[in-house]
Structure formats: structure tokens, C-alpha cells
Design a protein around this ligand. Structure first.
Ligand SMILES: O=c1ccn([C@@H]2O[C@H](COP(=O)(O)O)[C@@H](O)[C@H]2O)c(=O)[nH]1
Length: 281
């Protein structure tokens, strides 16, 4: 089986092993922060992201374009071109479309088509607030990854995710982890988002979900601690697996000069190495 016919989970397992990395590089191309030569060009967003991809591809287990940064600039065509480029050049690296959709089933059918067919993503982030019937349409796409928000990295995530819910009076994020692991994952397509800014919660989620992959944003610009994150999210006796630990701005904007790609590469390598070291402790 080649990389493109593998399931998202198989692609990830192969990438953890062959790349020796749990780093996920996120594409959040903010026009105000791009080096000036890209700001002046209609294709600037695509070209900037492509250079970042080329500079970091050997350091990652996944790439994660964030949809809003493209849509806000009317750059969906550039996102399509980027995901096509990533799949052509780096078929062994899974692409996660971070769009955090959530809507009734008939609409979710179309969000799933958008992610998996229009953009050719291997996995997509989804919001579970509206319940399982809003997640099911994504699961009909066999082998694709469906990454459910559980304990998000932002401080305001506690407003809802920490509320105790019936019947067991446990925090909502733990209830989501249980639903995901025990009821929603018959096909093995589900992963969860947990923020690096909350390592204690990562550890609790890991205990519930066993070997389920975790997408962990929040290191780098959000200040999450790498050692604490890796310790909390590790799968016993399987170092270097189980997590896609995302960094976007700290890598993309390591330099705003002509050396931006080289600077991004340096930060990607040092982040990958810090994750490796933490994993082998
Ligand atoms: O809980 C969440 C879920 C998603 N994100 C996304 O990850 C990146 C983080 O970017 P940094 O620049 O590394 O902070 C961004 O695309 C978010 O939309 C998250 O941060 N937290």
C-alpha cells in the first residue's frame, strides 16, 4: 500500500517512525507578518507556505493549514494549490485541514466534501458541540482522520470544557474524551485536540483514550511547556508516537527577512529535537 492509500492513522504511524518527529508545522499565513516580497504578490500566501513546507518537510510528522487564514484573504484557491503541492511533493506527510467545523448532518456532509475532496486533506478538525450526528458525515469518508476538539489550548476553553456534566458529573472535556474513545471510534478514525497549555488535562485524556492520536497545539507562541506536554501525552513504552504537536507562528515568523525559510527550519529542527529529547526521558 502506498502512502496515499493508507488511512490517516497509518500515515501518522509511518511518519512518526520514518521522520522521527512528533512536530506538526501549522500554516497560519497572516498577511501582515509575511516578508514584504510575498505581501506584494497575488500568489504570495501560497509561495510563502510552499517555501516553509520545503524548508521543514524533513522535520515533521504532519502539516496543518488553518483554513481561516486563507479564507479571510480570499485565498481558498491558494489553499487548494498548497494542499495539492504538499500531497504531490510529500505524500508520506499527512495534511490536517484545521477548520473546526460543526453543523447539522446535511451541512456537515458538505463540510466533509470540502475538506476531503476539494482540499484533499487526510484529516480535519471538527467541533463536537452539536453531537455525534454532526461528526458522522466525516466518518463516512473511509480512512480519513476526524480530529475532535476536546480540551482546547485557549484560556476561555475552560468556560465550557470545565463544566461538570451529567450523568457522572465530570468535566465536559473528559466526557468528550470518553464518548470519542468508547462510542464514536468504531472505525478508528477519531483523534482529539488537547492543548499543550494544559498538560494535567492531557494526562487525564491520555488515560481515557489509550493509544488514540492527540493533536496538541499550544507550544511555541502560546508558551506550552514541551517536556510537560510530552510527558503527559506519551503512550507507555512507545516513545515518539501518539502526538502531533503543533507549532505555527513560532516557526512561520522566526524571521521576517529574506532568511525566513532558513530561520523557520532552524526553529523546526530545534523544536523537533526538544520533542525527541522529552520523549526519550
Ligand atoms: O485548541 C486549539 C485548537 C487549535 N489551535 C490552532 O493551532 C494553531 C496554533 O498556532 P500557534 O501559532 O502555534 O499558537 C492555530 O492555527 C490555532 O488555530 C489552537 O491553537 N488551539
Amino acid at each position: 500500500m502506498n502512502s496515499s492509500s493508507n488511512t490517516f492513522t497509518q500515515q501518522l504511524q509511518e511518519a512518526w517512525a520514518s521522520q522521527g518527529s512528533m512536530l506538526c508545522v501549522g500554516f497560519d499565513p497572516d498577511p501582515k507578518r509575511l516578508p514584504t516580497r510575498f505581501q506584494a504578490k497575488p500568489e504570495g500566501i501560497y509561495e510563502f507556505c510552499r517555501e516553509i513546507a520545503d524548508a521543514t518537510a524533513d522535520t515533521v510528522c504532519a502539516f496543518k493549514p488553518q483554513f481561516a487564514y486563507f479564507a479571510s484573504q480570499r485565498a481558498e484557491a491558494q489553499l487548494e494549490k498548497l494542499t495539492r503541492y504538499l500531497k504531490d511533493q510529500y505524500p508520506h506527510i499527512p495534511v490536517i485541514l484545521d477548520s473546526k467545523r460543526g453543523d447539522i448532518g446535511s451541512t456537515a456532509d458538505h463540510y466533509a466534501l470540502e475538506a476531503f475532496e476539494r482540499y484533499g486533506a487526510d484529516a480535519v478538525t471538527v467541533n463536537p458541540y452539536m453531537g455525534f450526528d454532526t461528526i458522522e458525515p466525516y466518518l463516512k469518508h473511509a480512512g480519513k482522520g476526524v480530529i475532535v476538539l476536546c480540551r482546547t489550548s485557549n484560556p476561555g476553553g475552560s468556560d465550557l470544557q470545565f463544566l461538570d456534566v451529567s450523568p457522572s458529573k465530570e468535566p465536559l472535556y473528559l466526557h468528550i474524551a470518553k464518548l470519542a474513545a468508547q462510542q464514536w471510534n468504531a472505525s478508528g478514525q477519531i483523534s482529539l485536540v488537547v492543548g499543550a497549555t494544559f498538560p494535567e488535562e492531557i494526562a487525564k485524556v491520555r488515560t481515557i483514550v489509550g493509544e488514540m492520536p492527540l493533536l496538541i497545539p499550544g507550544i511555541g507562541a502560546q508558551g506550552g511547556d514541551i517536556d510537560a506536554t510530552v510527558k503527559a501525552g506519551s503512550i507507555p513504552n512507545q516513545p515518539g508516537t501518539g502526538m502531533m504537536i503543533n507549532s505555527s507562528r513560532a516557526i512561520l515568523y522566526a524571521s521576517s527577512g529574506d532568511d525566513f525559510a532558513e530561520a523557520a527550519r532552524k526553529v523546526a529542527i530545534s523544536t523537533r529535537d526538544a520533542l525527541r529529547t522529552a520523549s526519550n526521558k
